[in-house]
Every structure is written in C-alpha cells, then in structure tokens.
Design a binder for this molecule. Sequence first.
Ligand SMILES: NC(=O)c1ccc[n+]([C@@H]2O[C@H](COP(=O)([O-])OP(=O)(O)OC[C@H]3O[C@@H](n4cnc5c(N)ncnc54)[C@H](OP(=O)(O)O)[C@@H]3O)[C@@H](O)[C@H]2O)c1
Length: 240
Amino acid sequence: MASSIRVGVLGSQGKMGKKLVEFLRTSAPEGWVLSAEISRNENPAPLFECDLVIEFSSPDAVISTLRQATTAGNKSTAWVIASTGWKLDQRRELEEYAKKAWIVAGSNLSLSVIAFQTILKTAAPLMQSLGMLPVIVESHHNQKKDAPSGTAITLQRIVSPSGPGNVQTHSIRAGKIVGEHVVRFIGQNEEIVLSHRAEDRSIFASGAIRFGQWLLKEKQQKGEPAGLISVEKIGYNELL
Ligand SMILES: NC(=O)c1ccc[n+]([C@@H]2O[C@H](COP(=O)([O-])OP(=O)(O)OC[C@H]3O[C@@H](n4cnc5c(N)ncnc54)[C@H](OP(=O)(O)O)[C@@H]3O)[C@@H](O)[C@H]2O)c1
C-alpha cells in the first residue's frame, strides 16, 4: 500500500483555512491525512513534519513560518502559498526560500480563474489592436485586507504586459462578496466585458488541493526545486 501524505494547514482558523480543513476532512484525495492545523499564536513545528502545507494566512505568517522551517532544518515540506498582499521584500524572501524547497504560489487558485486568465491572454492583444482599453473592477467582502486584490494585480499584468501599473483598477469592499473580477475593454462606441464571480470559497480550497497534488508529483519527478513556481505558469492541461 502507498504511504500516506501528511497535509498541514496554516491559517486554519481563517475563512479560507476553515473551508480548506472542512474540504480535507470530507473529500481529501486518497491517501491524504490532515496532520496539522496551525493558526495564530500556535507553534508551527507540526507543519515541518508534513509532506505538504497549504496556507491561507498572510505574507507575514508565511515568512515567519518559513524562517522557522529554515531554523528547524526543514527542506522536505512542499508548500502551496495562497496569501495575497505581498510586499516586495517579502516576495524576494519567498523566492529565495523556493530555491531550497518546493513552493507553488498563486493569487487565485480557482481552476476557473486560471481558465479565465488563459482567455484574457488571448483576448488582450485582440482588444488592443481594436483600440479598446482595459479597466478592471474587483469586488470583495469588507474584511479583505489588501486592495487591489492579488488576482486584480495578476490580471493587470495579463491585459497590459508592458504597462500593468497603467491599467485603471477599481476596488469595491462591501458585505460578504466572495470575489468578483470584471475586465471591461472599453472602446469609443462599444465595450466588451469578461468576468469571473466566485460564489463559494470551496473553489479556492479544491484548487489549492489540485495544485498541491501537482506540486507533489513535480517534486517526486524532478527532485531538486528550481525556484518559485507561479500557478499562472503551469500548463492548464497539466491540472485537468
Ligand atoms: N490564492 C487564492 O486563491 C486565495 C483565495 C482566497 C483568499 N486568499 C488569500 O488568503 C489569505 C487568507 O484569506 P482569508 O479570507 O481566509 O482571511 P482571514 O479570514 O483573515 O484568515 C487568515 C487567517 O490567518 C491568520 N493570520 C494572519 N496573519 C497571521 C500571522 N502573522 N500569524 C499567524 N496567523 C496569522 C489569521 O488570524 P487572525 O484572525 O488572528 O488575524 C486568520 O486566522 C488572504 O491573503 C487572502 O487574500 C487567497
């Protein structure tokens, strides 16, 4: 019988962490065992005994945990990083850590959003050739800490690779909205609108698990890590 895969969750008491724990308890892939649930003020050491950690916490929590993993001499745990709102120096530290441990990171782990991004990569040059300029409108619940959202920042890069900072982006924070991203391509006398709306957080939990499966397979096949893997760089077909 194949040995089990020990899975840890960082940020387990948050909105996403709770959803992920519920998902892992009810519909984890075969062989996966939920082995550690770590929240604020808890010692992260049990995570370093896991084969895979999925985190939905904050960049501060991730960096602090990875520093402790380094001190503990841990390199074997693979990490799915979902938090958004990274500062440049934190992102650099994450990239540095990814030279010695397997890490995949993404601002949006819903597979439909990855498909949405794929559509936008094709659409954007077409819209540009028609003189239609992109404007992004993203909406989230009123407790979301970062704005614009990590997904909106990724979309800026996709719709305007040479000038992501110039894409007009509007953030709405209200009520309990799980997450909506609308890309409006606006011309002189017409408009094309492409959008994605998340209705339940389970889409991010199931996506995180799918990326975790992909990462463990990659680790098994390739051995040594080759730096931070961005979810947008993974071929969509590899995930299906
Ligand atoms: N990539 C994706 O697909 C995706 C999808 C959804 C959300 N996210 C991101 O995932 C993160 C979490 O989202 P959420 O909606 O679950 O937020 P949340 O409800 O605020 O949960 C975050 C959890 O992490 C804990 N935490 C935060 N900073 C910490 C620290 N420095 N040390 C230890 N624990 C810490 C929080 O504890 P306290 O409550 O005590 O602060 C909370 O339990 C956000 O960055 C969000 O943007 C990503």
